[in-house]
Write a protein that binds this ligand. Structure first.
Ligand code: KIV
Length: 271
């Protein structure tokens, strides 16, 4: 009889305990089985099936076009590849705004059809009813404030948000409200580091930043940016840990050469 190694899964409670101990939380996106397995094996705490799949997987300019069915497809592969990390899935644009019943239906579809562990929604006061309704079904919700890419056409640019006092105060109020209604964590995207630190000190739930400085409880990046697969995207907050664009391109180049020069396959590579 084989003894399978038991892996202790990360839950929303694990993340809360990490915040309380001052242990930083690591989070990355993934959109498919193969890369999710590697990211999980690399020791990540949280995998986000982000609607950034719309950009990096489908090549769209914004996150708006991706559909609920497409998000579920990505999430299914990720869940199959993950043994330890908490898997959070973005509710896509049009699947929750302005209609709490639709929001609940969308969140239930994600949980039921993908096996993911939580959902993420962008926004504050304007989507409060949707979040409350999802929470009543026992589905953990992660909030997302600051630069919320689904609202790009309202903002007009991807510049830093909440630099002005009024927007900063609204963000602090929204963060407090998200905690009070029961969100288990919060993403803050592209806001001044001092404001993000203030939010992380004000709320007791974990605050995970992207372009929000080091004073928060954890960090998230888009996997394809960190791996250097995307090339054009060069915001100040991005640290590249590999240059896979060149690695993959060179491997493909070498393969093409070997095929053309009849170097592949050789005698040991055939039957
Ligand atoms: O969709 C996404 O990748 C995200 C992260 C940038 C937080 O929401």
């Amino acid at each position: 009889m084989s003894i399978s190694k038991q892996v202790k899964r990360i839950t929303t409670h694990t993340l809360q305990a990490m915040k309380e101990k001052g242990e930083k939380i690591s989070m990355l996106t993934a959109y498919d089985y193969s890369l999710a397995s590697i990211v999980d094996d690399g020791g990540i705490d949280v995998i986000l099936v982000g609607d950034s799949a719309s950009n990096v997987m489908a090549g769209h300019e914004t996150t708006l076009p991706i559909t609920l069915d497409q998000m579920i497809y990505h999430a299914q592969g990720v869940v199959r590849g993950v043994k330890k990390a908490l898997v959070v899935v973005d509710l896509p644009f049009g699947s929750y705004q302005g209609n709490s019943r639709l929001a609940l239906e969308s969140a239930i579809r994600i949980m039921k059809e993908s096996g993911a562990h939580a959902v993420k929604l962008e926004g504050g006061a304007e989507i409060k009813e949707s979040i409350i309704r999802i929470l009543t079904a026992g589905i953990p919700v992660m909030g997302h404030l600051g630069l919320t890419p689904q609202s790009i056409y309202k903002f007009g640019t991807y510049n830093v948000r909440a630099k002005e006092e009024a927007e900063a105060q609204q963000l602090l109020d929204d963060a407090q409200m998200l905690q009070e209604i029961g969100c288990f964590a919060l993403v803050l995207e592209k806001i001044p580091a001092t404001l993000a630190t203030k939010v992380a000190q004000q709320v007791t739930i974990p605050v995970i930043g992207i372009g929000a400085g080091g004073g928060v409880d954890g960090q998230v990046l888009v996997l394809h940016d960190l791996l250097g697969i995307t090339q054009e995207f060069k915001p100040r907050f991005l640290r590249r840990y590999a240059n896979l664009y060149d690695e993959i391109r060179n491997a493909v180049n070498k393969y093409v050469e070997d095929v053309k020069h009849k170097d592949f396959p050789n005698e040991t590579e055939q039957y």
